[in-house]
Ligand binder design. Structure first.
Ligand code: PMP
Ligand code: GLN
Length: 380
C-alpha cells in the first residue's frame, strides 16, 4: 500500500505516554484523569447491563440521553436545543469532529484552523482531500487576530474550526471573539465547527460562551462535546455533536455509516447520571484547586507560568531551566532525567515552531501532583 498519509506518525500523546510508561515517569503528558469516576456513574453502567440494555442504540443516540443533554444545556447556559433533531451521540468528541468535517468538506475545499490546534483536526481535513489553512496564535495569551482569520478566507474556504476553551492554549473566547467569528462566517457564508469539550473547565469565575449561544453562529455551527472530560471517563469514548436541524440531518447521514450508533449501556448510565442534580457542577472549582496546586509547584521549580484560564492543562516556559533544549528534547529530557512527562506545545503547530513551552496535565490525584512537584523540586 502506498501510504495515503506519509506525513502522519504516532500522536504526541501516544508517544509521551509510552515514554512515561517505559521510564516509570509520572505521566502529566496525555490529558486524562488518574482518579475514579463517580461511583453512581459506575453503578449506572452495571444497572444498564443487568437491565439488558445490550443491543444497538438508535442511530442518533438514546432519546433519554439526548433529552438529558438538552436539559443540561438549558440549566447550565439557558440554551434551547432540540434533542430530537439537533443532538447526535458520538464515539467521543473525536468521531464528532471527524464526522462534522467529513459532512462539510469536499476535495479541494479549504478549512481554517487556529494554531496551536488539537491534533485531530488537520488529518481529518486532509482525509477529505481538503486543505487545512492555518492561522497561528502566539503565547502567552494566544489571542485570535480576527483580521488574520478574515485574510485567510479564499473562495474555496468552507469551514472555520475553533476550540473554545482551547487545548493546549487554555484560552477562552470572549463575546467579542464570537462576534468577530460570526461576522466572518456570515460575510463569506462559512460553517463553523466549535470543539467545546472543556466547556465546564473554566476558571477564576469566567464564563464559557458557546457558539450555540450566538444568534448568528447558531444556524451555521456544529458544536462538539465529550463525556470523557465532564465525567472523568476519557476511556468511555462517548461524546455528542449539536447543530441546527438542517446541518444535523447531513451529519447523521455520515454518522450512520461511520459507527451507526455508540455503546448502549454507557448511554443509559450517562443519561441517568446527567439527571442527577450537580453531576456536572463543581467541576471548575475542583480543577481550579488542582491547577493552583500544580502551578505553585511548577513555579517553585523554576518554570515561568503562562495563564491557565481553562481546560485541565498548565503551560509553562522552561527557558530559565534549559534554554538550550527545544520543546520535544526538553519534554524527553524531563521525562527521562526527572521522571515527569509533559507535552511539547510545538506538536500543535504544523511547522513545529518552538516557544520553549510545555504542557502539564493537572487532572490528577493530589498524591500524583505532589509526587511530580517533589521530583521537579530537584531541577535547580
Ligand atoms: N478535542 C480536544 C480539544 C481534546 O482535548 C480532546 C481530548 N483530548 C478531544 C477533542 C477528544 O475527545 P474524545 O476523547 O471524547 O474523543
Ligand atoms: N486530548 C488529550 C490531550 O490533549 C489526548 C487524547 C489522545 O490521546 N488522543 O492530551
Amino acid at each position: 500500500l502506498q501510504s495515503k498519509f506519509p506525513d502522519l506518525g504516532l500522536t504526541i500523546f501516544s508517544r509521551m505516554s509510552a515514554l512515561a510508561a517505559e521510564t516509570g515517569a509520572i505521566n502529566l503528558s496525555q490529558g486524562f484523569p488518574d482518579f475514579a469516576c463517580d461511583a453512581a456513574l459506575l453503578n449506572g453502567v452495571n444497572a444498564a447491563l443487568q437491565a439488558g440494555h445490550n443491543q444497538y442504540a438508535p442511530m442518533p443516540g438514546l432519546p433519554l440521553l439526548r433529552q438529558a443533554i438538552a436539559h443540561k444545556f438549558e440549566a447550565s447556559a439557558g440554551l434551547l436545543v432540540d434533542p430530537e433533531r439537533e443532538i447526535t451521540i458520538t464515539a467521543g468528541a473525536t468521531q464528532a469532529l471527524y464526522t462534522a468535517i467529513g459532512t462539510v468538506l469536499r476535495a479541494g475545499d479549504e478549512a481554517i484552523i487556529l494554531e496551536p490546534a488539537y491534533d485531530s483536526y488537520a488529518p481529518a481535513i486532509v482525509a477529505q482531500g481538503a486543505v487545512p489553512v492555518r492561522v497561528s496564535l502566539a503565547p502567552p495569551h494566544f489571542a485570535v487576530d480576527w483580521q488574520a482569520v478574515a485574510a485567510a478566507v479564499t473562495p474555496r474556504t468552507r469551514l472555520i474550526i475553533v476550540n473554545n476553551p482551547n487545548n493546549p492554549a487554555t484560552s477562552i473566547f470572549s463575546r467579542a471573539d464570537l462576534d468577530a467569528l460570526a461576522g466572518i462566517a456570515e460575510q463569506h457564508d462559512l460553517l463553523v465547527l466549535s470543539d467545546e469539550v472543556y466547556e465546564h473547565l473554566v476558571f477564576d469565575g469566567q464564563q464559557h460562551s458557546s457558539v450555540l449561544s450566538h444568534p448568528q453562529l447558531r444556524p451555521r455551527s456544529f458544536a462538539v462535546y465529550s463525556f470523557g472530560k465532564t465525567f472523568h471517563a476519557t476511556g468511555w469514548k462517548v461524546g455528542y455533536c449539536v447543530a441546527a436541524p438542517a446541518l444535523m440531518a447531513e451529519f447523521r447521514k455520515l454518522h450512520q455509516y461511520l459507527v451507526f450508533s455508540v455503546s448502549t449501556p454507557m448511554q443509559h448510565a450517562l443519561a441517568a447520571h446527567l439527571q442527577l442534580a450537580a453531576s456536572w457542577q463543581g467541576l471548575a472549582v475542583f480543577y481550579q484547586q488542582k491547577r493552583d496546586h500544580l502551578a505553585a509547584g511548577l513555579q517553585a521549580a523554576g518554570f515561568t507560568l503562562l495563564p491557565s484560564a481553562a481546560t485541565y492543562f498548565q503551560l509553562v516556559d522552561y527557558s530559565a531551566i534549559r534554554p538550550d533544549l527545544g520543546e520535544l528534547a526538553f519534554a524527553e529530557w524531563l521525562t527521562r532525567e526527572h521522571g515527569v512527562a509533559s507535552i511539547p506545545v510545538s506538536a500543535f503547530y504544523a511547522d513545529g515552531r518552538d516557544h520553549h513551552i510545555v504542557r502539564f496535565c493537572f487532572a490528577k490525584q493530589q498524591q500524583t501532583l505532589d509526587a511530580a512537584i517533589s521530583r521537579l523540586a530537584g531541577l535547580r
